[in-house]
Design a protein around this ligand. Structure first.
Ligand code: NOJ
Ligand code: CA
Length: 708
């Protein structure tokens, strides 16, 4: 699968002291310089097409009880090399990905007062779609087990850029985006606290990565990280006067950042620049900086669409919990003696409705939340033992549903809400996965709502970063696919672990169900930020937009038109996509639902046709192993025309387009469910479609070769 074209290594032994070293990306798009300054501190800079993106910035790592790797270093060796390969992801936005870069690795040493020498390597990779660098600690005599007290990576930006930011928070990314100048980052001011109960903003000037910025000269710049393993996640402190960013890592309960043992390395720090917005989305840097697939057999990994007992819980139509009393113990309960509350969602009967619906419309999976005991008192209490992951409520018949699902050709998707008691989850994981295998489940949605146990740890700290990977690895050993909610944000690890299908790690559609929701621009920003690290389980597809439909006094509305919900299946890339609304609602709009039925989740190719973060986004994707294309176009609160140039179609070939668009009178606030469908438009590679998107609206198009 992997074709490696050439590797060339050039080793230079350094004799002088201050040397300015340079590495260019293969097509000379990026230039990285590296040197040790007069204090022996490593410094670097990055240019994109000769324009400075990161100006001279210092690097360094502070160790506990050992000399730092931040100054007084000696450069002893430089290695340069080139690499070029084409690899095929197990699933993804395109069939093949090229990984081509030039590399420069600087070996630096420092002696302590006993003349014991310690070594650090700073490795830079320059690709034509971005730059990565990381710190490496090779195996050596005087550095074995060590503790990182702090990382001092800086990114000196060139000015007061416009930034798309959410506040630094080591426990949640479920925020709306702020758009404004770096000088105005003010995380404590006016931030919504949401309803998730885990939010804690860490510093007034801290923001999360990936951070997207736009310079006054129109350059887009993203700062992020790749391959986050065995290390805490990187947040960024913004200097609001000189526009320098500094890495900001969550501490563990003992006050340090990371426990390490040589040989080891930090994740990659990444810098992507582009003179047009689509090229930020075209960059494959983050994926390429991750290790190749670790799994030998991937035949069981299946991109898929699913439905489930989920939205009806969020809109309050039914409940996760079976009883109303919170005075219930997890273990040793005779659950059959407990009085049910009369509106429990995950009953055998209700699950069958979803299984039938999935079977009828060709969905592979049915998620069921609230199937297992513990929901009576699961939230906000820091209880160690909330769920055991193997005991169904008395009205959820696992064996009966297993047989029923098999008969209907559908798979149930397991739900493991851990209530952030990750320690409890790890203790029970072997049994939990065995229970899943026994009952024919091969996918799990995990969840980490609340404060982390072990107490004092955070969602983004090293212990939890390791935990998510332990779960993914153990799941892989059991041939189980994973969709994690409330984990650390992804950093391209699905290249290495393709059973890690998707995760949430951002403010999903669910917020529209019970809070002030997501503004219409939200989905135009996510692809430029959160999704750079990997797919999101955003749970699109809500058709019943005004939620007073369920209860007169329920005020929430989804900030979208119905058609925009269709477009999200294309613009919000994920190999795992939920059709999130209730079967009853889809049955009312089966013509629009047809798009969700047809849309693919795995792709041969992707074209970003138009994009401006915060404003609009149009993407076309070619469904895997077919000649079909799907297009999604979305806009923010402003109506606009999407100008869709179909020149990517095979020249000379005739196609039929099925166009789902906002009704002329549609508006996300006043008339969100108005739509029209054109079923038989002939198109070819010369067609230019102009489609009106309503305020908060979108368009969804399926293009099939004529006669198919
Ligand atoms: C938050 C998750 O994002 C949501 O999907 C889930 O339904 C609830 N937690 C309960 O686990
Ligand atoms: Ca969530």
């Amino acid at each position: 699968m992997t074709k490696q074209i050439f590797i060339l290594t050039l080793i230079l032994f350094i004799s002088g002291i201050c040397q300015n070293l340079t590495v260019h990306s293969p097509g000379k798009i990026y230039t990285v310089t590296f040197e040790l300054n007069s204090s022996g501190t490593p410094v670097y800079s990055v240019k994109y097409k000769d324009k400075p993106v990161v100006q001279l910035s210092t690097l360094g790592i502070i160790l506990k009880d050992l000399p730092d790797f931040a100054q007084g270093l000696t450069l002893v060796r430089i290695d340069t090399s080139s690499f070029d390969e084409i690899w095929e992801p197990v699933w993804g936005e395109q069939k093949q990905i090229r990984n081509q870069y030039d590399e420069l690795a600087a070996t630096l040493t420092k002696k302590d007062y006993l003349q014991n020498e310690r070594t650090i390597i700073i490795r830079f990779r320059a690709a034509d779609d971005g730059v990565g660098f990381r710190y490496e600690f090779p195996k050596q005599n005087h550095l074995s087990y060590f503790v990182v007290l702090n990382e001092l990576t800086k990114f000196q930006l060139t000015g007061n850029h416009k930034a798309f930011w959410i506040p630094g928070d080591f426990d949640s990314q479920e925020y709306k985006y702020n758009t404004g100048l770096l000088s105005g980052v003010h995380a404590f001011a006016g931030m919504d606290e949401g309803a998730i109960g885990t939010k804690s903003i860490i510093a007034d000037s801290a923001v999360q990565s990936p951070l997207l910025m736009k310079t006054s000269g129109g350059l887009y710049v993203s700062i992020f990280e790749a391959a986050l393993l065995n290390y805490p996640a990187m947040h960024l402190l913004v200097n609001r006067s000189n526009f320098e960013l500094t890495s900001y890592l969550p501490s563990n309960p003992l006050g340090s950042k990371s426990y390490m043992q040589t040989p080891c390395q930090t994740p990659w720090r990444t810098i992507i620049a582009a003179d047009n917005a689509p090229d930020i989305l075209n960059s494959k840097l983050v994926l390429n900086l991750n290790e190749p697939c670790k799994l030998k057999d991937v035949s069981w990994i299946k991109p898929q669409k699913y439905v489930g007992i989920w939205w009806e819980l969020h809109v309050g139509k039914s409940s996760w919990n079976y009883a109303d009393s919170s005075n219930i113990k997890l273990q040793d309960m005779d659950w059959h003696a407990v009085k049910p509350n009369g509106h429990h969602g995950a009953t055998t009967e209700r699950t069958k409705v979803y299984i039938d619906f999935a079977a009828q419309h060709g969905f592979a999976g049915v998620l069921v939340e609230g199937w297992n005991v513990g929901w009576e008192d699961w939230y906000g209490n820091m209880k160690e033992e909330v769920f055991d992951f193997v005991t169904p409520y008395p009205d959820f018949n696992v064996t009966e549903l297993q047989d029923y699902a098999v008969k209907k050709g559908v798979k149930l998707i397991m739900h493991h809400e851990t209530s952030a008691s990750a320690a409890n989850y790890e203790r029970r994981l072997t049994d939990a996965f065995a229970f899943m295998k026994k009952h024919n489940y091969d996918a799990v949605k995990t969840g980490y709502v609340g404060r982390i146990i072990p107490r004092g740890e955070s969602h983004d700290g090293q212990w939890m970063v390791d935990h998510y990977i332990r779960v993914i690895e153990k799941a892989a050993a059991n041939k189980i696919m994973v969709d994690a909610h409330e984990p650390v944000r992804p950093t391209g690890l699905h290249r290495t672990y393709p059973n890690f299908l998707a995760c949430e790690a951002a403010r999903g559609n669910e917020f529209n169900g019970w809070s002030d929701g997501n503004p219409p621009e939200h989905e135009t920003i996510l692809p430029f930020t959160r999704l750079l690290g990997g797919p999101m389980d955003y749970t699109p597809g809500i058709f019943q937009i005004d939620l007073s439909y369920y209860k007169k006094d329920k005020k929430e509305k989804i900030h979208t038109t119905l058609v925009k919900q269709l477009a999200l299946y294309v613009t919000m890339y994920s190999p795992l996509q939920m059709a999130a609304d209730l079967p009853e609602n889809y049955n009312r709009f089966l013509d629009a639902f047809q798009f969700i039925k047809n849309v693919a989740v795995d792709w041969d190719d992707t074209k970003i046709l138009e994009a401006e973060p915060g404003d609009y986004l149009t993407i076309a994707r070619k469904a895997k192993h077919t000649e079909k294309w799907f297009i999604g176009a979305i806009t923010d609160e402003n109506p606009r025309n999407a100008n869709i140039d179909l020149s990517f179609l095979t020249p000379g070939k005739k196609y039929t387009a099925f166009i789902y668009q906002d009704g002329k009178d549609a508006h996300y606030e006043t008339n969100p469910m108005s739509y029209t469908i054109t079923k038989d438009k002939n198109v070819d590679s010369k067609t230019l479609l102009t489609i009106q998107l309503a305020a908060g609206g979108g368009a969804a198009i399926e293009i099939v070769p004529l006669g198919e």
